[in-house]
Design a protein around this ligand. Structure first.
Ligand SMILES: C=CC1=C(C)c2cc3[nH]c(cc4nc(cc5[nH]c(cc1n2)c(C)c5CCC(=O)O)C(CCC(=O)O)=C4C)c(C)c3C=C
Ligand code: FES
Ligand SMILES: [Fe+2]
Length: 388
C-alpha cells in the first residue's frame, strides 16, 4: 500500500510572518544624472540642514551650486554610488538567513528605503501596501536603520520621513480606518556595539594590518574615521559622537588594544564649526611627525560610498603620498557582517520591543515638533514607554 506523504506546509498558527524588513539609509545617486535630485532632497531636509523659513529658497540654491562639483566626484568613483547595490544585497542575504534562524517570523521580505535617493520611503511604503502589508490587513514591519550609531540627523531624519509617509498612506484621513488594520511598526534604532558588527570591523582591520611587515606591525596607527557633525548638533545633545566612540572602543577591545589608535571626523560641509579633529588634517599631521604607517577605518557606514571611495582613497590617501597610508575595506559583502545583521534582527524580533529605551528621550536641546510626534508614534506601538 502506498503511503501518502502530506505536503510540507507552514503551520499558520505557529508563524507570525510574513515580516517586512526595511533597511533605512540615506542612499546615494546611482548615476551622475541623479546627483541634482539627490542634493536637492538633501538640502531640503530640515532635520539634516536646518535653514529655517528660507529652506525652500536657499536649499535649491546651494544644491544646484554644489551639483557640478559632486557630479565630478561620483564620476571619479565609477559614475555613481554603490549604496543601492550593497543595501539590496545585504538586506536580501539577511532575510534568507532570518528565514532559517527565525522560522516563527518567516517569511522575511527585504525592502530598502532611502532618504535622498531611489528607492525613496514613499516608494517603499507603496510597495509594502501592494505586497499585502497594511491596507486593512495589518502585518508587521521592522524599520532597521543601517547607521549603527544613532544621530537625529541620519536615523532620526529617516524615521521622521517614515512617520510622515505612514500618516499620508495609512493615517486616519488616508484609509478612513483610524489605523485599524494598518502596519505595526517596530524600530531597530541603533546597534553600535553588537559583537558581530565589532567582529566584522575587526577582521577587516586585521586583514589590512597583515599587509605590513611583522616587525613594524604593532606600530601602525589605527585611524577610525566617522562622518562629522556640526557643533550645533553635538551641543543639542546628539548621541552619535558617544555611540561612535563606543564602536571604536569595542573594536579596539576585540583587537586586544594591539595598536595605538585615534578617532577622527571627516566630510564636513560649509563654513560652520564641525566636530574635529578632521581626518584629512590628522593624516597630514601624523605623516609630518614621521608616522607614515596608518590604516584609515570607516566606522560609521556599512558599505562603500563617496566618502570612502573618493574622499579617503582619492584625496586623503593619495595626498598623503606614502604607501604606508592605507584603508580597511568597508563591510560591503562581509559574511560576518550579514550574520551580524541577522543576529541584530532576530534579537529585536524576539524582544517584543518597539524600539530602544533611548528613543523615548529627546535631545536636551530639541525643539522639533516632528521629533516629538514621530517618537510618540514609534514608542506607542508598544504602549509601554513615554516620550520626554
Ligand atoms: C553616519 C553618517 C553620516 C552623518 C552623521 C551625516 C551627517 C551630515 N551630513 C551632512 C551633509 C552632507 N552629507 C552628504 C553626503 C553623505 N553623508 C553621509 C553620511 C552621513 N552624514 C554619506 C554616506 C554621504 C554620501 C552618500 C554617497 O552617495 O556615497 C552630502 C552630499 C555630498 C556633498 O555635497 O558634499 C552633504 C551635503 C550634514 C549637514 C550632516 C549633519 C547634520
Ligand atoms: S533633535 Fe534629537 S530628538 Fe529632536
Ligand atoms: Fe553627510
Amino acid at each position: 500500500m502506498a503511503t501518502v506523504v502530506p505536503p510540507v506546509t507552514q503551520d499558520a498558527t505557529s508563524s507570525k510572518g510574513p515580516t517586512a524588513m526595511v533597511f533605512m539609509n540615506m542612499g546615494g545617486p546611482s548615476t551622475t544624472d541623479e546627483v541634482g535630485d539627490f542634493l536637492s532632497r538633501l538640502f531640503a531636509d530640515a532635520d539634516l540642514i536646518p535653514l529655517g523659513r528660507l529652506q525652500s529658497y536657499i536649499g535649491p540654491l546651494i544644491s544646484s551650486r554644489r551639483t557640478p562639483k559632486i557630479k565630478k566626484q561620483y564620476a571619479a568613483i565609477g559614475g555613481g554610488s554603490p549604496i543601492r547595490k550593497w543595501s539590496e544585497y545585504q538586506s536580501s542575504e539577511m532575510c534568507k538567513l532570518l528565514d532559517q534562524i527565525s522560522p516563527e517570523t518567516a517569511p522575511h521580505k527585504p525592502y530598502v528605503a532611502f532618504r535622498y535617493a531611489n528607492p525613496l520611503t514613499e516608494e517603499m511604503y507603496t510597495n509594502l501596501l501592494k505586497d499585502g502589508f497594511g491596507g486593512g490587513k495589518g502585518g508587521r514591519a521592522v524599520a532597521f536603520t543601517q547607521y549603527p550609531q544613532y544621530s537625529c540627523s541620519t536615523t532620526g531624519s529617516s524615521l521622521n520621513e517614515l512617520w510622515k509617509w505612514r500618516n499620508r498612506l495609512e493615517g486616519k484621513g488616508a484609509t478612513g480606518l483610524d489605523s485599524a488594520g494598518s502596519i505595526t511598526w517596530s524600530v531597530i534604532d541603533r546597534w553600535p556595539v553588537h559583537p558581530g558588527l565589532v567582529e566584522a570591523f575587526a577582521q577587516n582591520v586585521e586583514t589590512q594590518l597583515a599587509t605590513y611587515p611583522e616587525e613594524s606591525r604593532k606600530d601602525v596607527v589605527l585611524l577610525f574615521s566617522a562622518h562629522s557633525l556640526p557643533m550645533s548638533v553635538v551641543n543639542r545633545g546628539d548621541t552619535y559622537p558617544a555611540e561612535v566612540g563606543a564602536t571604536v572602543y569595542a573594536v579596539m577591545q576585540r583587537l586586544g588594544f594591539s595598536n595605538p589608535y585615534r578617532l577622527c571626523w571627516q566630510s564636513q560641509v560649509g563654513p560652520s564649526a564641525w566636530l574635529g579633529a578632521q581626518t584629512s588634517d590628522t593624516v597630514q599631521q601624523y605623516v609630518k611627525k614621521g608616522q607614515t604607517d596608518l590604516i584609515l577605518i570607516p566606522i560609521a557606514f556599512t558599505s562603500d560610498h563617496i566618502e570612502t571611495l573618493f574622499e579617503l582613497d582619492q584625496e586623503v590617501i593619495h595626498e598623503a603620498g606614502h604607501p604606508g597610508v592605507k584603508r580597511a575595506e568597508s563591510l560591503n559583502d562581509s559574511r560576518v557582517f550579514i550574520e551580524a545583521l541577522a543576529d541584530v534582527a532576530v534579537n529585536h524580533l524576539r524582544s517584543g520591543e518597539s524600539c530602544s529605551r533611548q528613543m523615548g528621550l529627546r535631545c536636551q536641546g530639541c525643539k522639533s515638533e516632528r521629533c516629538l510626534e514621530q517618537k510618540k508614534f514609534f514608542v506607542s506601538q508598544e504602549n509601554l514607554l513615554s516620550v520626554r
